[in-house]
Design a binder for this molecule. Structure first.
Ligand SMILES: [Zn+2]
Length: 244
């Protein structure tokens, strides 16, 4: 019981930190960079936790992972630049079912280079599809992008890339996130955190094994808008297992 109360308090603290995010400046370099996130404000304390993301996915444990069931509709209605990433806001009505629980797609965004590594391999781009169930539990589905041919779905999005921090652009017609996924949905799974402050833990991470593709020009276009790499370095795996 005590543990549950503590958990609830932590969750509340995380939510207030989320609201206070605009007051505590953080970034990817120097004094406000990842090494110092936990020290910037007490609300970012979880960034020094033992179950943080990203990780190097390796040492897989065979598990009976059920196929993911995506019920995605066209719903990406706005693309924005928040200074940390380029994000597409998603309308209600799309979800993925994990362990029989529906997690609604809220938004997706990108990191370059990738945050997670697969068996030590970094990818030039990683997409995070952020979902929440009705109780606010989070599940992030990750798609790695390997450099190769031009990605038609990304081309569509990048055409509306908001160049400056704070810019928001409406997507009309709306965008279907499923078009960014590879055909094969086999995945790795582990328990982790948000990869940005407040680094809240208890997030279900689903990393698709097969990458999608992105062209060099598309990677460069994203990097140009970001102006810097926006990946947190890999964190210690500690007691966690990576299931496959
Ligand atoms: Zn992310």
């Amino acid at each position: 019981m005590k543990k549950n109360l503590f958990g609830a308090a932590m969750l509340l603290a995380s939510f207030s930190a989320f609201a206070a995010e605009h007051h505590a400046h953080w970034g990817y370099n120097g004094e406000t960079g990842p090494e110092n996130w936990a020290k910037l404000t007490p609300e970012f304390g979880a960034c020094a936790g033992k179950n943080q993301t990203p990780v190097n996915l390796t040492g897989f444990i065979k598990a009976d992972l059920k196929p993911l069931k995506f019920n995605y509709k066209t719903g990406g209605s706005q693309i924005l630049n928040n200074g940390h990433t380029v994000q597409v806001v998603y309308d209600a009505g799309s979800n993925v079912v994990i362990d029989g629980v529906e997690y609604g797609l809220k938004q997706f965004h990108f990191h370059a280079p990738s945050e997670n590594l697969i068996q030590g391999e970094s990818y030039p781009l990683e997409g995070h599809f952020v979902h929440a169930d009705k109780d606010g539990n989070l599940a992030v589905v990750t798609v790695m992008f390997k450099e190769g041919h031009e990605n038609t779905a990304l081309k569509n999005l990048w055409a509306h890339m908001p160049a400056k921090e704070g810019d928001k652009i409406a997507l009309s017609p709306a965008f279907n996130a499923q078009t960014l996924f590879p055909n094969n949905h086999a995945y790795y799974r582990f328990s982790g955190s948000l990869t940005t402050p407040p680094c809240t833990e208890g997030v279900r991470w689903i990393v698709l094994k097969k990458p999608a593709f992105v062209s060099k020009a598309q990677i460069d276009a994203f990097k140009k808008v970001m102006g810097q790499d926006n990946n947190r370095p890999v964190q210690a795996i500690n007691a966690r297992e990576i299931l496959e």
